[in-house]
Each structure stands twice: as structure tokens, then as C-alpha cells.
Ligand binder design. Structure first.
Ligand SMILES: [Zn+2]
Length: 214
């Protein structure tokens, strides 16, 4: 990845329409050449209690860089390109029997700091395009957990115990739920949410993430 030089930063301020990846001038945030370089690598796995977990890309540059720009630099406009990728590459069959899409929530403190949940930006357009109800107030994260990538596989489920709660179980009762997130690492977060959703009456739970850590 080309280094984001001071020169490029100045140009970016003066001329906002530069490609986020290669910094060439273009009329959109990511140029057509760079869009073709995104590490699309669809995968499906089955990890109970989730029936299936779908992921679209590998968590590597330039996707990694783009997600970081969204989350930590507040560059929300980039998310529309990633959302378009989801709409383009997720087979319609995958969402055929889904009744409701629910995002993995941020803890309220992190949400306040960031001002948005990047998962909403990525998946709300997909829900809209497929006419599936998207509910981002059903599930909330009531325990502030440290970043999971610092923890080993055994510690993650322990840290996530009682980390989530469901406010309106009627919405998921007897429903086929798709829980969505930006990054799949070990599946601990999706697993914790999936268990809770099943416990509260969901008929089935699947997961979907934009990318997966190899
Ligand atoms: Zn480019």
C-alpha cells in the first residue's frame, strides 16, 4: 500500500475526490482499478449454535485499511463501497429465508465516542436492498470488553459472558435471524450473540461478516 504522504494529505484536502487506496484522482472514494484488487474470498462455515457463518473478504489490505479509515478516522463515506460489495457478492439465496438482520452492537461508551456503528453502515443498505427488517436496538452490549484480538481463544468466551442483552425478544421469537459484524476473528462474538438469540427464542441464527481474519 502506498504511504499516505503529507503531500497526498494536502491534495486530499484540496481535492477530496482521490482514491482512498492508491491516491490517484478519481470521481469516487475508491477508483475502479483498486476496487478490482479487494481480497474477495467468500467463505461459509458451520459453527453451532450458528447454522452458517458467511464472510466475504479476507481481512487484509486494502480492506483492512478501509475499515480502519471508517472506524478510527470517521470516514463513513467509504462504507458505501464496502456495502456495495456485500450487495454485489452475497448470493440472494443466502438471505432468502432470513426474517431479521441484527448487527453486533458496540458498547454505548464506544458508540458515543465513535458516533456510529460501522456495522450499520455496511449492512443497513444490504437489508434495505433485500427488504429484510434491520433491527439495531434489539441487542445491546452491556459489558465493555477489551479488544478481543489481545486475548487467546480460551479467554474470549469468558470475557464475553453476559456481555450482551436482548431488549425486545418478541422481535426474534420464532424468527430466522442473521447476525452481522464487520470482522470475523475466532467467532467468539458471533457465538455469544447466537447463543443468546437462540436462548431468547430465535428459530435459527446465522452469521455474516464483511471479512475474516485468516
Ligand atoms: Zn485506486
Amino acid at each position: 500500500m502506498a504511504k499516505f504522504t503529507l503531500f497526498a494529505k494536502i491534495l486530499n484536502t484540496l481535492l477530496p475526490n482521490m482514491c482512498e487506496i492508491c491516491h490517484s484522482f478519481c470521481d469516487q472514494e475508491i477508483c475502479d482499478s483498486c476496487l478490482k484488487t479487494l481480497p474477495i474470498h467468500p467463505k461459509i462455515k458451520s459453527i453451532p449454535p450458528l447454522t452458517n457463518i458467511h464472510s466475504l473478504c479476507r481481512y487484509e489490505d486494502p480492506i483492512k485499511h478501509l475499515l480502519s479509515r471508517i472506524k478510527f478516522d470517521g470516514q463513513k463515506h467509504i462504507a458505501s463501497h464496502l456495502s456495495t460489495l456485500l450487495k454485489r457478492h452475497i448470493p440472494s439465496q443466502t438471505l432468502k429465508n432470513i426474517d431479521v438482520i441484527i448487527p453486533v452492537p458496540l458498547h454505548s461508551a464506544r458508540y458515543k465516542k465513535r458516533g456510529f456503528n460501522q456495522v450499520d453502515l455496511l449492512f443497513q443498505p444490504l437489508a434495505k436492498a433485500t427488504h429484510i427488517p434491520y433491527h439495531n436496538h434489539i441487542l445491546s452490549r452491556i459489558k465493555a470488553t477489551p479488544p478481543l484480538f489481545n486475548l487467546d481463544k480460551e479467554q474470549r468466551p469468558i470475557i464475553l459472558q453476559d456481555a450482551f442483552c436482548i431488549h425486545h425478544p418478541k422481535v426474534i421469537l420464532g424468527k430466522n435471524v442473521m447476525i452481522v459484524d464487520d470482522i470475523y476473528t475466532t467467532g467468539s462474538t458471533l457465538n455469544a450473540c447466537g447463543r443468546l438469540l437462540k436462548k431468547k427464542g430465535a428459530k435459527s441464527v446465522q452469521g455474516m461478516t464483511l471479512c475474516e481474519v485468516k
